[in-house]
Design a protein. Structure first.
Lengths: 391, 70
């Protein structure tokens, strides 16, 4: 089984004796309220999905990540995992290094405790420029940074209670659980596919190319916080289930939900996503065009190029790079720019705008682009949405 | 009966710990030692090693069977 990133799968879920100890201390602790992303980060850290992190980043790690795409000890890590608060809160509550604070959601439910090892002010523009490659507030990652506090709390967390998920509980597998599954199935090599969209035939093609090379495929959709115009999670899950039922070999494919929040950090997030999948026990990671991109902020294949900045051994997981894929009318099959000699006039490709337009008009997507079962689910979603908006 | 026991450590180590903890917030070498040992023992527990306990194993197996994966 592939080792977790940094050599050890972290668990920061409190055991019984830790629960007792912390519950005794809780009444005396100050409280810090987390937003949805921070809450999902707590869950990811606690379950080991973000190994070797044991908590929110200290200033040293944060600065190394921003500047070099590595933790202070040199281990590759490209996305800051931080807990933002306002300097006013720090002053008002007199929060200091060395104390423990309770981490709660907006409703006041305490999910974890943080042992504060560091309190530091940050330059958000600098973080945006180094990590997201832009300070344009139209970028959702920049917009997020703008609305969160200017001071970060660093330190180890202990999760006392899992955040509650009202949906898809069965499909949520922790790293220890996927690792157990892979071991039980005898899957030595597993390719992970990251997605936040419905799976069209181009994605299916990439997955099946990967499946020709490895023992199994883990479809690992992000169901944490995404953009408001992304297809809702329940609709996506219905699409994935329809595809798995009809078109994938049951004994070689698994699907599990990743509770991470999207950062839309393009190339840096591709590395981050690969590392996370390594922690889930995957040996390969599919990287398509414009991975984790948004708008026109990143080059189509920037997410491929960034892997050259790291040694294969220090990442540990093998990236599988794919070019833009499509159905070619002349080839009469799925292909990519690497394998098809025909012009783009022969390629069936629909932009996101065109897809939304067709579905909103009640038109089916062509079967060369999307499986009919998926098209039907999406048509239903868009027609319901039109009714909701119109009523 | 006290719920604490005494453990003997070399005096030079004790003196060194007094220096190390300095202004760290620990009130005594004893508090520091308890903190460090608790942390160390915690890392050796099955769940800290990324392993599943017997109860977790049963639950995970059932979950995976329900999903049709096992």
């Amino acid at each position: 089984m592939i080792e977790a990133h940094g050599g050890r799968l972290i668990s920061r879920i409190a055991n019984e004796s830790e629960q007792d100890r912390w519950r005794e201390e809780l009444p005396d602790l100050k409280h810090v309220t987390l937003n949805r992303r921070e809450l999902s980060d707590v869950e990811m850290i606690a379950t080991g999905a973000m190994s070797p992190l044991e908590g929110f980043m200290s200033q040293r790690d944060y600065e190394h990540v921003c500047e070099h795409g590595r933790l202070a000890n040199g281990i590759p890590w490209t996305i800051p995992i931080t807990l933002a608060v306002s300097s006013e809160l720090i002053a008002a509550e007199q929060i200091t290094v060395g104390e423990n604070v309770a981490l709660q959601d907006i409703e006041g439910t305490v999910f974890a405790v943080l042992e504060i090892a560091d309190i530091y002010k940050v330059d958000k523009d600098h973080e945006a420029q180094t990590v997201l490659k832009t300070t344009d507030t139209a970028h959702p990652g920049v917009a997020y940074l703008q609305k969160t506090g200017d001071t970060y709390l660093g330190g180890r967390i202990t999760m006392l209670q899992r955040p509650t998920h009202d949906r898809f509980e069965d499909f949520r597998l922790d790293p220890r659980e996927t690792r157990f599954l892979f071991k039980e199935k005898g899957w030595d090599t597993v390719a992970a596919f990251q997605t936040r969209n419905p799976i069209h035939r181009a994605h299916e093609y990439l997955q099946k190319c990967a499946l020709e090379l490895v023992d199994a495929l883990l479809i690992h959709p992000i169901m944490g916080e995404t953009k408001s115009d992304d297809i809702p999670p329940d609709v996506r899950l219905e699409c994935y289930n329809a595809l798995l039922k009809g078109y994938y070999p049951a004994g070689r494919v698994a699907m599990s939900i990743l509770p991470a929040a999207m950062r839309y950090a393009g190339p840096r997030e591709a590395i981050f996503h690969a590392i996370i999948r390594k922690n889930y026990g995957c040996t390969h990671f599919i990287v398509g065009r414009d991975h984790a991109g948004v708008g026109g902020y990143y080059g189509t294949y920037d997410a491929h190029h960034i892997f050259k900045e790291f040694e294969a051994l220090e990442l540990g997981i093998t990236p599988l790079f794919f070019d833009h894929a499509f159905y070619c009318n002349s080839c009469e099959n799925m292909a990519s720019q690497k394998t098809c000699p025909h012009g783009s006039d022969q390629h069936v490709f629909l932009s996101g705008t065109k897809i939304r337009e067709m579905l909103s008009n009640g038109e089916s997507l062509p079967p060369e682009f999307t499986r009919p079962e998926v098209s039907e689910i999406l048509e239903r979603h868009y027609s319901n949405e039109a009714v909701t908006v119109g009523s | 009966m006290s719920d604490r026991v005494s453990i003997k450590i070399p005096r030079p180590l004790y003196v060194r710990l007094q220096q190390v903890i300095g202004d760290s917030g620990f009130s005594s070498p004893t508090d520091f030692i308890v903190f460090v040992l608790r942390d160390l023992v915690g890392t050796l527990e099955p769940e800290r090693l990324g392993e599943l306990s017997q109860d977790e194993l049963v639950a995970v197996r059932k979950k995976l069977e329900n999903l049709g994966y096992l």
